[in-house]
Design a protein around this ligand. Structure first.
Ligand SMILES: Cc1cc2nc3c(=O)[nH]c(=O)nc-3n(C[C@H](O)[C@H](O)[C@H](O)COP(=O)(O)OP(=O)(O)OC[C@H]3O[C@@H](n4cnc5c(N)ncnc54)[C@H](O)[C@@H]3O)c2cc1C
Length: 400
């Protein structure tokens, strides 16, 4: 869809997970908003596809668990707006060595915040979840309020609700240039030039070039993740309600843990590892899964889920963007206060509902009511800006 006016109060670059949430939240306030997306909406060249995304209250850093309270509420609001079920709270487990600091912190944070959590020994875990094979030195936590989001339904719901509240949604239009102005910004695409009072940039793994144009010469690393649907010998043991979403907090080769989902709309269980160590230049992205990642995931999954046969039923590639500390960027531009941005460091879909609200607040109110300590983009430039302790410091990421 196009309109003849090229000015908007709010202009959003990128109609992916965060951009469409922002459009829904801004439009719901009654403010005029336009989204520019380079590919057809709901495409598979970004970070927000492949059937499910884990949603969980349990984090080892309390800022995320506290933000999740609002994220759950905004997902519920989107469910009400769209009349559609989006979150499947079937329960989720985390397991790893009992002394793994991320696991002990997760237990501590959950207690502090009052998140329901069972902590099980391997023998107890075996009785409740016989699908997992856990070494004796492990422990397993279970949170009944964790689960997954049906990501494709979420994307469609955000698109439809943004449109219903009046957002102008333009796809197959690539933003080539962002020019910050004293007031607002100018945006040049392959079709037209637009102006706006407030700009929101949510470009996911395509962000680097745009960051440079905004005078933020900080490189995000773009890594190729991929989802594998593995065949299991006893499919009846791997359905929602019997089999939880899971995260393995064990990382023998410092590559980031494994996580997965019960069977949902496609046969098999879906499993990924957080860091494939396959880094790409997004310009050359070919949408092809990499065999070396499949081999590593299979090795990992066989160790902990012996029912997996080894047959890969389906594969989906998906790039995502990481800054050096692997924390979110949800921020106003340090020098151009009419520009807000978000990049989600490979673990942000579950937050998309609240990130849309935060970006709407940053753009329209100039500040957010949520605690964003450690998410300011200026932390990459000014050591005086608060940082959070880095996640996965050992990964073999090329230096940016
Ligand atoms: C395989 C995989 C599994 C994951 N699992 C989980 C999980 O279980 N739980 C969880 O919470 N998170 C998970 N994540 C992370 C989460 O999905 C991402 O953090 C989130 O989807 C990022 O959304 P985004 O809007 O930043 O990026 P995207 O959804 O990629 O959106 C960015 C959009 O901007 C557009 N764009 C970029 N540049 C331009 C331009 N110049 N002009 C116009 N349009 C442009 C792109 O085309 C794209 O549509 C996973 C990610 C992957 C890849």
């Amino acid at each position: 869809m196009t309109t003849t006016s090229t000015h908007s109060t709010v202009l959003i670059v990128g109609g992916g997970g965060m951009g469409l949430s922002s459009a829904w939240r801004v439009a719901k306030r009654g403010v005029d908003v336009r989204v520019l997306e380079q590919f057809p909406f709901l495409h598979k060249r970004g970070s927000s596809h492949t059937e499910h995304r884990i949603i969980r209250r349990t984090y080892n850093d309390d800022i995320y668990s506290r933000l999740m309270v609002a994220a759950y509420d905004y997902w519920s609001e989107l469910e009400q707006d769209s009349g559609q079920k989006l979150k499947y709270l079937i329960g989720g487990v985390d397991f790893g060595p009992a002394d793994d600091p991320t696991l002990t912190d997760l237990i501590r944070v959950s207690k502090e915040i009052g998140i329901p959590l069972d902590v099980l020994t391997p023998a107890e875990a075996k009785k409740r979840f016989p699908q997992f094979n856990l070494p004796d030195n492990f422990l397993l936590t279970f949170c009944p309020e964790n689960g997954f989001l049906a990501v494709d339904d979420c994307m469609k719901a955000k698109l439809d609700q943004a449109r219903r509240y009046g957002a102008i949604l333009q796809d197959e239009e690539q933003v080539l240039e962002i020019i910050p102005r004293d007031h607002g910004a100018e945006v040049r695409t392959d079709k037209a030039t637009y102006t706006c009072d407030k700009l929101i940039v949510t470009a996911g793994p395509y962000v680097n070039n745009l960051m440079q144009q905004m005078g933020l010469d900080f490189g995000y690393t773009i890594e190729l993740n991929q989802a594998h649907w593995f065949e299991v010998k006893h499919p009846e043991l791997f359905v929602p309600g019997t089999f939880p979403v899971f995260i393995v907090r064990y990382d023998a080769s410092s590559i980031g843990g494994m996580y997965g989902f019960p069977t949902f709309r496609n046969p098999g269980i879906k499993v990924s590892i957080h860091h494939s160590n396959n880094y790409i230049d997004i310009k050359d992205y070919d949408l092809q899964p990499r065999e070396n990642t499949t081999e590593r995931v299979l090795e990992f999954v066989r160790e902990f889920i012996p029912d997996v046969t080894g047959k890969v039923l389906n594969l989906g590639a998906c790039p995502y963007d990481f800054p050096t500390d692997e924390h979110f960027t949800i921020s106003l531009h340090p020098r151009h206060k009419d520009i807000a941005m978000a990049n989600m460091a490979g673990h942000g879909y579950k937050f998309a509902s609240v990130v849309g609200e935060i970006l709407a607040q940053l753009a329209l109110d100039g500040k957010s009511s949520f605690d964003l300590t450690g998410f300011d983009v200026n932390r990459f430039f000014d050591p005086g800006v608060p940082h959070r302790p880095a996640i996965h410091v050992d990964i073999m990421r090329p230096k940016s």
